[in-house]
Design a protein around this ligand. Structure first.
Ligand code: PEP
Length: 251
């Protein structure tokens, strides 16, 4: 059985006071939820504050990116070692905004993923096609290249430390969600690909999240699909009530 995981990507939002307020509001709304992993990803500057605010609640903390070296002359970067040190348990790698605006490639995604796993973080590894790629029927080709590139040389034993997030770029922040069937189709493809790269048992165990305009209103349909194991949520994770509504998808 795969434990559902609901992760909130706060992107470049929330001051320290706002971040603390959000955790304080969220925690009591979800404290009785069993068997759903809850993760939030604040900006780097708020991680320490959010780790403290989350305290003994079920909320775990992720970073939105990391570098692949532990330390050195790499101005502006943050290493997995430091993320672990500040209390992160997860890190998002390869988000489409980083691929689009900050030159992230499958190779850098792969380096970062290896470094994060080596440090003991769980990676939320993002893949997804653009609208143009979908319209030219390249979705599977793009997802396969991103996944093979991101997972290159990562042994099967490390796969439990990776959660794959399928996020069609055209659905992120646009209000357009992939239909349940569109999402399931790609999730099934990803699981089959993991079976091919690793083995059917690894594919069975790996969690695949959907991301792209997830809201309390559409989470149930998505979660009822056999290969959708949770969600990576942007906009709707910025408010306690809507994020809690997604986390409480079981009712
Ligand atoms: C995201 O940032 O990963 C995301 C899916 O955003 P949104 O839910 O706002 O589409």
């Amino acid at each position: 059985m795969r434990t559902p995981l609901i992760a909130g990507n706060w992107k470049l939002f929330k001051t320290l006071a706002e971040a603390t307020a959000l955790i304080n509001e969220l925690a009591p709304l979800v404290n009785d939820v069993k068997d759903v992993e809850i993760v939030v990803a604040p900006v780097f500057t708020a991680i320490s504050t959010v780790v403290s605010a989350a305290g003994k609640t079920a909320v775990r903390v992720a970073a939105q990116d990391c570098y692949w070296e532990d330390e050195g002359a790499f101005t502006g970067e943050v290493s997995p070692k430091l993320l672990k040190d500040v209390g992160c348990s997860h890190v998002i790698i390869g988000h489409s905004e980083r691929r689009q605006y900050f030159g992230e490639t499958d190779d850098t995604v792969n380096r970062k993923t290896k470094a994060a796993i080596r440090t003991g973080l769980t990676v939320l590894l993002c893949v997804g096609e653009s609208l143009a790629q979908r319209e030219s029927n390249d979705t599977f080709k793009v997802i396969e290249a991103q996944l093979r590139g991101g997972l290159a040389d990562i042994p099967a034993a490390e796969l439990p430390h990776i959660v794959i997030a399928y996020e069609p770029v055209w659905a992120i922040g646009t209000g357009k969600t992939a239909s349940d069937t569109q999402a399931q189709e790609v999730h099934a493809f990803i699981r089959a690909l993991v079976a091919q790269i690793y083995s059917p048992s690894e594919a069975d165990a790996v969690r695949i999240l959907y991301g792209g305009s997830v809201k309390p209103e559409n989470i149930n349909g998505l979660m009822s699909q056999p290969d959708i194991d949770g969600a990576l949520v942007g906009g709707a994770s910025l408010k306690a009530e809507s994020f809690a509504g997604i986390i409480r998808f079981k009712g």
